[in-house]
Design a protein around this ligand. Structure first.
Ligand code: ZN
Length: 128
């Protein structure tokens, strides 16, 4: 991969990171609100659950994006973390934060479905 390509990926990843950084508005949605009646309370609880789920997902993706930026800076970007083969350019274009090639990702997906995935791979797995 050329320096120019790496620079381009870094720019995309940094824009994504900015988009994912939690804002104070996100956090406000999670604040416990007092509602007048039970229906409103249920609604608020559901909104809160949803906001938390979204934040969780975004936090995982953010960690993947930051890990990819670190790989650009330290080396290793574009190389599968598991089998150390090059990740195809097509995949990187679609998911610049991908940490694994497709066969490894599928294997991890399978392990995750079976509930055997270890913590270490979980973050990178999240949105890759
Ligand atoms: Zn691989």
């Amino acid at each position: 991969m050329t320096n120019q390509e790496l620079k381009n990926y870094k720019r995309v990843l940094e824009a994504k990171r900015k988009e994912l950084l939690p804002t104070s508005a996100d956090r406000e949605e999670i604040q416990i609100e007092k509602a007048a009646d039970e229906f409103d309370q249920l609604q608020l609880a559901m909104n809160r659950e949803l906001a938390i789920a979204t934040l969780d997902r975004e936090a995982s993706l953010l960690r993947s994006v930051e890990a990819a930026i670190a790989r650009i800076e330290r080396g290793g970007f574009g190389t599968c973390l598991l089998c150390e083969e090059d990740i195809p350019e097509k995949r990187l274009k679609a998911l610049p934060w991908a940490a694994y090639c497709v066969p490894c990702q599928e294997m991890l997906d399978q392990q995750k479905a079976d509930g055997q995935l270890d913590e270490e791979h979980e973050d990178a797995f999240a949105m890759a």
